[in-house]
Structure formats: structure tokens, C-alpha cells
Design a protein around this ligand. Structure first.
Ligand code: NAI
Length: 302
């Protein structure tokens, strides 16, 4: 099977460097017309420089691809709308949106200012919401869309000093879960990438010997597949690092069932707490509504 994007228009936010640049290059190489969006600021989200996006556009064009720059910030609805408008004005449509732009303001929660918390939420989470909101009506109308949100192991596992970043990265999983359902009938697939790559954002965080293998290009292969017509999954989280790909889902403990007709006492709950939080025979989590029904049937109430 040959995965191509001919006739498709892709937007990659934060594509002036790091992972975004790599995603943009790969999509363009396989035929997509790409909007390279980047504010061109510092890792902590200050300043701006149009040359970041322009350089990547030049690289794509030099390789025979089609691309155009966008310098607007994802962190306001107005900026996001302009990014989507740029795609429509330059290339006539929007098929693919890779929400990748991000900044860091790491500090322990004790020392973190609300400004640092809110600014990180504004770029990662609200930036994803705004861009997706602006692209959504177009995708709904054309009955086709591929959206990728960029989450992180910091959100999935937590990380010291990243309460702002981890919150933003998990909030977008909630967004994805709902949009997966809302977009399903119109062939809009919404998935998440949880990358590991050697970029300026992770500078110095990984072992030197590992760094040369965790190149962004490995991650982009998975992202591009999730942006393609071949992608037949939605609402999934793909982890990609150094050529290893794996998908993540929630699991739940086997749990403990009490009499559905009478709320458990606090002491009864306390006596079962160990079992409730024992994950040794965990199963895939798909909500508990089904399980409650099963318990009602088992106890002869349904
Ligand atoms: P990066 O710093 O090279 O890329 C982020 C890009 O976003 C920069 O080019 C920056 O100018 C741009 N940007 C920042 N604020 C913006 C805004 N308001 N509007 C438009 N563009 C903006 O870092 P990297 O590593 O390439 O990160 C890309 C994404 O991957 C981020 O969302 C990051 O949180 C995520 N990520 C990266 C990991 C890694 O191992 N590199 C691990 C987990 C997640």
C-alpha cells in the first residue's frame, strides 16, 4: 500500500522546528500541500520570528513540495482562525490538522505562577481547541478530516515540575475522546501522538547515547499515518520513540461489587479498598456502565 496525500491540505502548527518541521516535511514529501505555522518564539514562548516557518517552507519547496507559511499564534481564537483561513486562501481546503505547537514553563507547583500555568494551557490546550474549532466545520461539511493532538508522557504519567504542561496534555485527551465520537459519522478521525524526540524542548533531558536514535522522523511516520486515508483508528494514543510504536489505553482494576440496592457503608468500603485498588487482574477500561448492568443482571434486578 502506498500512503499518499495528493490533493490533501495539511496544517502543522509549531512546524518551524523540532517535531513539527519533521511532520511537515514528511507530509509534503508524500504529496500534501502544507501550511507551516510557527510563531518562531523561544522554548518558553516569548518573542517571535517569521524566519522559523519560512525556512521550513523553503526546505519543502527545495525538495519539490508545496507549502506556505503562517505566523499566527495558536493561543487565541483569532490567531487560530487566521491559520485555517491561510490554508483555505492558499490551497482551497483543510483535510489534516496536526496540533503540535507548544511551550514549556517548568516549575514545581509550589513555585509556579498562575501566569505560567495559564500561558502553557493557552498554547497547548486552548491552542489545540481553537485550531480544531476553526477547522471542524470545514471537515464536517466535506465529510473528511484527520486531526492529531500532541500529548505527552508527562501528562500520561505525570512529571515533577510540569503540572501546567501535564494538565494541558491530558486535557486534550478529553477533547479527543469527545471529538472522536462527534466526528465519527463524518469520517473525521482524531488521534493523539505521545512523542519522544531529541528537540530543543528536550535538550539535555535524555542520555547522550540514546539521543541519536530518538530523531523526530520516527515520530513523524506515525503522525503521518494517522493523517492519512489509511488511518482506520480514532481516539487512540500512539506513543512513538526511536522507531518503537505502541498504543496506550486505560485499564481498571477488577473492582468490588456491593449490593446495588443499598449503598455500601464506609466500613464496608474500607474493608474492600485493597481489592478495589489492586490492579493485578486489571481489564481494559471502557467506562463502568456496562459493568453496573452486569451486576444488576447477576443480582436478579434486571
Ligand atoms: P519545539 O520547541 O522545537 O517545537 C515547538 C514549536 O511550537 C516551536 O517551533 C515554537 O515556535 C512553536 N510555538 C510555540 N508557541 C506557539 C504558538 N503560540 N503558536 C504557534 N507556534 C508556536 O519542541 P518539540 O519537541 O518539537 O515539540 C513539539 C510538540 O511535541 C510540543 O507540543 C511538545 O509539547 C510535544 N512533545 C515533545 C516531546 C519531545 O520528546 N520532543 C515529548 C512530548 C511531547
Amino acid at each position: 500500500m502506498s500512503v499518499r496525500f495528493d490533493g490533501r491540505v495539511a496544517i502543522v502548527t509549531g512546524a518551524g522546528g523540532g517535531l513539527g518541521r519533521s511532520h511537515a516535511l514528511l507530509l509534503a514529501k508524500h504529496g500534501a500541500k502544507v501550511i507551516v505555522n510557527d510563531l518562531g518564539g523561544t522554548v518558553d514562548g516569548r518573542g517571535g520570528d517569521a524566519s522559523a516557518a519560512d525556512k521550513v517552507v523553503a526546505e519543502i519547496k527545495a525538495a519539490g513540495g508545496q507549502a506556505a507559511s503562517s505566523y499566527d499564534s495558536v493561543s487565541t481564537m483569532e490567531g487560530a482562525q487566521k491559520i485555517i483561513n491561510t490554508a483555505v486562501e492558499r490551497f482551497g481546503r483543510v483535510d489534516i490538522l496536526v496540533n503540535n505547537a507548544g511551550i514549556l514553563r517548568d516549575k514545581s507547583f509550589m513555585k509556579m505562577t498562575m501566569e505560567d500555568f495559564e500561558d502553557v494551557m493557552a498554547v497547548h490546550f486552548m491552542g489545540t481547541v481553537y485550531c480544531t474549532k476553526a477547522a471542524w466545520p470545514l471537515m464536517m461539511e466535506q465529510k473528511y478530516g484527520r486531526i492529531v493532538v500532541t500529548t505527552s508522557g508527562s501528562g500520561l504519567n505525570g512529571n515533577f515540575g510540569q503540572s501546567n504542561y501535564a494538565s494541558a496534555k491530558m486535557a486534550m485527551i478529553g477533547l479527543m475522546n469527545s471529538l472522536e465520537i462527534e466526528g465519527a459519522r463524518n469520517n473525521i478521525k482524531v488521534n493523539a501522538i505521545s512523542p519522544v524526540a531529541d528537540t530543543r524542548m528536550t535538550g539535555g533531558l535524555m542520555e547522550e547515547a540514546v539521543l541519536k536514535y530518538t530523531v523526530a522522523e520516527h515520530v513523524s511516520t506515525g503522525v503521518a499515518w494517522m493523517c492519512s486515508e489509511a488511518c482506520n483508528v480514532s481516539g487512540e494514543i500512539l506513543c512513538a520513540a526511536g522507531g518503537y510504536y505502541t498504543a496506550v489505553r486505560w485499564y481498571r482494576s477488577e473492582g468490588a461489587g456491593f449490593d446495588p440496592g443499598k449503598p455500601a457503608t464506609l466500613d464496608e468500603f474500607a474493608d474492600s479498598a485493597e481489592r478495589i485498588f489492586d490492579f493485578t487482574s486489571a481489564v481494559h477500561y471502557e467506562g463502568v456502565a456496562k459493568k453496573i448492568r452486569e451486576l444488576l443482571v447477576e443480582s436478579g434486578r434486571l
